[in-house]
Ligand binder design. Structure first.
Ligand SMILES: NC(=O)c1ccc[n+]([C@@H]2O[C@H](COP(=O)([O-])OP(=O)(O)OC[C@H]3O[C@@H](n4cnc5c(N)ncnc54)[C@H](OP(=O)(O)O)[C@@H]3O)[C@@H](O)[C@H]2O)c1
Length: 279
């Protein structure tokens, strides 16, 4: 029987590459989503009745409900939900525009939450499914000028990890995707920037500008990422990794972060234990 994948944000980037690969897979139904009509015409050449295109802004609750209902009306099940839609924002913690930061939380966190809460009851009824949540290496490792972006992705990590412990006994798998720099629209049009003006933060102007000019020159290949993600879900479902770092920088920084944390926790062990009441 065909497996149905619902992927958010398939206009460009990882989402588009996932949609193209899924559209060419045997035994796959695809619910591809975009914010505006006409953005998914690239899928028409692969469509033989196994694809539906749905308008979905993940911050719009009625569109979230409609997207899930459309998937169920057409394909009667949702086997894999990929919460891919996401944006970035660069600015120092003090000088970031708080409205931009809050909107990014609406997309990256609350949109993902809304989608997942609509789909989980379906997967529980099916007693099977996979939730693939796009985090980032920025969900594990932090850089200056990305405090709010990190906030969104660390939130995705924590939420997903907790969901996993609630549903793993119900036949539902979860996987966090943690890419480093990939050649998508993320660092360009999908990330607004506020350049620091305070002299104490002037060294970060260059960092932000470099990220903007480096857009579309990143080492990561989103086509390869799409292949890896699909391969993991299709061929490694029983042992689906909880975390999937993608790209050399991601792998290096994930290992560095956890080695440093482990050392710090071990160094502090005596002090940590001393904080409990005597047994
Ligand atoms: N590229 C990287 O280096 C990198 C690294 C780590 C993590 N990520 C994560 O990867 C995911 C995908 O981003 P990408 O790199 O593929 O960038 P992208 O090319 O900019 O794609 C982002 C997609 O999300 C969609 N989107 C934005 N806001 C949305 C909303 N409110 N509702 C629904 N869709 C929305 C965009 O739609 P429109 O076309 O309409 O704007 C676009 O299709 C994000 O979660 C991002 O944080 C990216």
């Amino acid at each position: 029987m065909n497996k149905t994948w619902l992927v958010t944000g398939t206009h460009t980037g990882f989402g588009k590459q996932l949609a193209i690969k899924l559209a060419q897979q045997k035994n796959v139904n695809l619910v591809a989503t975009s914010r505006k009509p006409g953005q998914l015409d690239y899928l028409d050449q692969y469509d033989h009745g196994q694809i539906i295109k749905v308008i979905l802004d993940v911050t719009n609750h009625s569109q979230v409900i409609d997207a899930v209902n459309s998937a169920m009306d057409h394909f009667k099940q949702i086997d894999v939900l990929v919460n891919n839609a996401g944006i970035g924002y660069f600015g120092t913690f003090e000088e970031s525009a708080i409205d931009e930061a809050k909107y990014m939380f609406d997309v990256n966190v609350w949109g993902l939450v809304d989608m997942t809460r609509q789909v989980l009851p379906i997967m529980r009824k099916q007693k099977s499914g996979a939730i693939v949540n796009f985090s980032s290496i920025g969900g594990l490792y932090s850089f200056p000028t990305l405090s709010f972006y990190h906030g969104t992705k660390y939130a995705v990590e924590g939420i997903t990890d907790s969901i996993r412990k609630e549903v793993e006994g119900l036949g539902i798998k979860t996987m966090l995707v943690e890419p480093s720099g990939f050649r998508t629209d993320w660092a360009g049009r999908s990330s607004h920037k506020t350049l620091p003006t305070h002299e104490d933060y002037e060294q970060f102007v260059e960092f932000i500008n470099q990220n903007a000019t480096g857009a579309h020159h990143e080492p990561g290949d989103p086509q390869k990422a799409a292949e890896i993600i699909i391969d993991q879900v299709v061929n490694n479902f029983d042992n689906l990794p909880m975390h999937l770092p993608l790209g050399k920088t991601s792998s290096n920084l994930a290992i560095k972060k956890y080695e440093e944390l482990l050392k710090e926790f071990k160094d502090l062990r005596k002090i940590s234990l001393s904080a409990d009441q005597p047994e």
